[in-house]
Design a protein around this ligand. Structure first.
Ligand code: NG6
Ligand code: CA
Length: 513
C-alpha cells in the first residue's frame, strides 16, 4: 500500500466539479503516433473506417482545433508531460536510440501532479524520451532515470521508436527476459564487418527501406542504429499492439478501485508499419491503413475494459496524436502508392515535420460518460494543456515555476458552456531549431530562423524548400495556408511577430499569477 498522503484540496476545485461524487476520475490518455487529422473516419476519412474512435467521438466531445505542440514525437511528448514548450529546452528534438532521459528527475510532470493527488500512474507503449543518466541507457542494468523518476508508478515501454534499435520492452527499470549470457549492445557503428544490415542484406528484407533505416536487421526489417544480443528479450513488431492492450487492461483491473492515470502511448501508425497478421490487408491503403485499424481496435479494447470494470462513468478519456501524418517515412510499405483519395491531414496542408496546420492539428476527443455532453467543439486545446487542466481536475495546485506553457482549459475539455480554450498556441516542428508558428484566433504566423524547411503537402515526397523568415495566413479564409498576407496585413503581422517574440523571450506563456 502507498504511504503517500492525499490532501483533498476541495477548495481548489472549480464549482462545476463539486457536484457529484467523482471529483477525481480516472484519466486515460490514448495517443496515436503520426496519426493525422484526416486519418480517422469521424474526422472525415472515407477510405477506411475507425468504428471505435468514432464511437468515442459520438459519446464525447470532438475538437476541430485540438493540437499537439510539435510536429515530431519527442518534443510533443516532452511538452505533454512537462507542460512546457520543448523549444525552451535543449535536447528535446527527435531522440536517438541511446539518448539519456530528456526530462530530468525533479521536473514537474502531469504524472507527478496526479501522483500527488494519489493517482496510480502508468505509461504503457512508446516512450521516446530517453532513458538513463548523462551516459545514456545501461541496457543490461538499471534503466534510470526514466518514467519512474518523473511521476510514473510503473511503465511498460517501447523505449525509443519501433524504427530505432533495440526492439525490446522495458518494464519499470529493466529489459524483461534479458539473458545475461546474451547481453544487449547498442551503438552507432557497425559492431563487426560481417554484421548484416539493410544495405548488405537488402534482398532478404521483409520490408524494404526508402531512406535511412538501413542498419541492424530485426524481424526482417532494418532499423536506425546498430545492436546485438538480447535475442530472448526481442519483440515481434506484429505483437506490439496486443502487448500494450494486455498490459493496460491488467493495470486498469489492478487499480479499478482507485483513481488511475494511464498514458496509453501507441506506436501506431509510426514506421515500420507492421500490424498484426489479423489486421494486414484490412484496408485498401496498405499497412498504413491497416495500422490505423489496429489502433482503432486498441481503443475499442480499452473502452470494453472500462465498461467491463464499470469505470466508463468514472474515467475521462482523452484521445490525441503526437504529430501529423507522413506517408513515406523511410520504408516502402505502399503508403504512397495505395493512398488513393485518402487525405491523411484532412483539409490541412503540411504534416509531420511542418508547422502548417497538418503538422500539429490532429484528432482530439474527450469522453467522460455522464459528465461530458457529447458534441463538437471549436475551442483551441493542446496536449500541452493536460498538466494545468488535470491539476485543476485533481485539485492540485500548480507550482508557479512549473508547466510554463500549460493553460488550464479544463472547462473546454469537459465542454462546459461558455468555457474557452486557448487564445493562442505556438507550434513547432522539432527541438529548438528555430521553426515556429503562432496561431491567434483566425491568424497564423510562421517564423523560420533557417532558410529551408520540410513543409506543405503530405501526399508528396517531402523535401526541404526555401522559406522566407515570416509568412502570415488567415485560417478562416485559407485553411490550407496558401496565400501569404504578410506584406498585405502589416499591422496584424507585426502584432503576431511581437507576440511570438514575447512568448519566446518571457520563457513562459502561463501567467505566473
Ligand atoms: C526521422 C526518421 C523517421 C522517424 C522520425 C521520428 C529517417 C530518415 N527518418 O529521423 O523515420 O523515425 O525521425 O519520428 O531516419 S517520430 O514520430 O518519432 O518523431
Ligand atoms: Ca510521431
Amino acid at each position: 500500500m502507498k504511504t503517500r498522503l492525499f490532501v483533498a484540496a476541495i477548495f481548489l476545485l472549480p464549482s462545476y466539479l463539486l457536484q457529484g461524487a467523482e471529483t477525481r476520475p480516472n484519466i486515460l490518455v490514448i495517443m496515436g503516433d503520426d496519426l493525422g487529422y484526416g486519418d480517422v473516419s469521424c474526422y472525415g476519412a472515407t477510405e477506411l473506417s475507425t468504428p471505435n474512435i468514432d464511437q468515442l467521438a459520438r459519446e464525447g466531445l470532438r475538437f476541430t482545433s485540438g493540437y499537439c505542440s510539435a510536429s515530431t514525437c519527442t518534443p510533443t511528448r516532452f511538452s505533454l508531460l512537462t507542460g512546457t514548450y520543448a523549444f525552451r529546452r535543449k535536447g528535446t528534438g527527435i531522440a536517438p536510440p541511446s539518448a539519456p532521459a530528456v526530462i530530468k528527475p525533479g521536473t514537474e510532470t502531469v504524472a507527478s501532479i496526479l501522483q500527488r493527488a494519489d493517482y496510480e500512474t502508468a505509461v504503457i507503449g512508446k516512450w521516446h524520451l530517453g532513458l538513463g543518466g548523462a551516459g545514456g541507457p545501461d541496457w543490461n542494468g538499471d534503466l534510470k532515470p526514466g518514467p519512474l523518476e518523473i511521476g510514473f508508478d510503473t511503465c511498460f515501454l517501447l523505449p525509443t521508436t519501433n524504427d530505432r534499435v533495440p526492439q525490446v520492452y522495458v518494464h519499470d527499470h529493466r529489459v524483461p527476459n534479458l539473458d545475461p549470457k546474451d547481453p544487449l549492445w547498442v551503438g552507432k557503428k557497425k559492431p563487426s564487418p560481417d554484421h548484416p544490415t539493410g544495405k548488405t542484406h537488402r534482398d532478404k528484407l521483409k520490408m524494404d527501406w526508402s531512406h535511412g533505416h538501413n542498419s541492424t536487421i530485426h524481424n526482417g526489417i532494418s532499423r536506425i542504429g546498430f545492436y546485438t544480443g538480447g535475442h530472448k528479450a526481442r519483440f515481434r513488431d506484429e505483437d506490439l499492439a496486443d502487448k500494450w492492450v494486455e498490459k493496460s487492461v491488467e493495470f486498469m483491473e489492478k487499480n479499478k478501485n482507485r483513481p488511475f492515470f494511464l498514458f496509453f502511448s501507441s506506436h501506431d501508425i509510426h514506421v515500420p508499419r507492421m500490424p498484426h497478421e489479423r489486421f494486414q490487408g484490412k484496408t485498401k491503403l496498405g499497412y498504413r491503413g491497416d495500422a490505423i485499424v489496429q489502433l482503432d481496435w486498441c481503443g475499442g479494447e480499452l473502452m470494453k475494459a472500462l465498461d467491463r470494470l464499470k469505470l466508463a462513468e468514472k474515467t475521462l478519456v482523452i484521445f490525441c496524436s503526437d504529430n501529423g501524418p507522413v506517408l513515406d517515412d523511410g520504408y516502402k510499405d505502399g503508403a504512397v502508392e495505395k493512398n488513393g483519395r485518402h487525405r491523411a491531414a484532412g483539409p490541412y496542408a503540411g504534416g509531420k515535420y511542418s508547422v502548417y496546420e497538418g503538422g500539429t492539428r490532429t484528432p482530439f476527443i474527450t469522453r467522460w460518460k455522464g459528465r461530458i455532453q457529447p458534441g463538437l467543439s471549436d475551442e483551441m486545446v493542446c496536449t500541452i494543456d493536460l498538466s494545468a487542466s488535470l491539476a485543476t481536475l485533481s485539485g492540485q495546485p500548480l507550482p508557479a515555476g512549473a508547466c510554463l506553457d500549460s493553460l488550464d482549459v479544463l472547462g473546454a475539455l469537459l465542454g462546459k458552456k461558455g468555457a474557452r480554450g486557448r487564445d493562442h498556441l505556438v507550434q513547432q516542428n522539432n527541438g529548438n531549431n528555430g521553426t515556429y508558428a503562432l496561431r491567434v484566433g483566425e491568424w497564423k504566423l510562421h517564423r523560420y530562423d533557417k532558410k529551408t524547411a520540410r513543409n506543405k503537402v503530405v501526399e508528396k515526397k517531402l523535401a526541404n524548400t526555401k522559406v522566407p523568415r515570416y509568412l502570415l495566413f488567415n485560417l478562416e479564409a485559407d485553411r490550407r495556408e496558401r496565400k501569404n498576407l504578410y506584406a498585405e496585413k502589416p499591422a496584424i503581422a507585426s502584432r503576431l511577430v511581437a507576440r511570438l517574440e514575447k512568448i519566446l523571450a518571457d520563457g513562459r506563456s502561463r501567467p505566473a499569477k
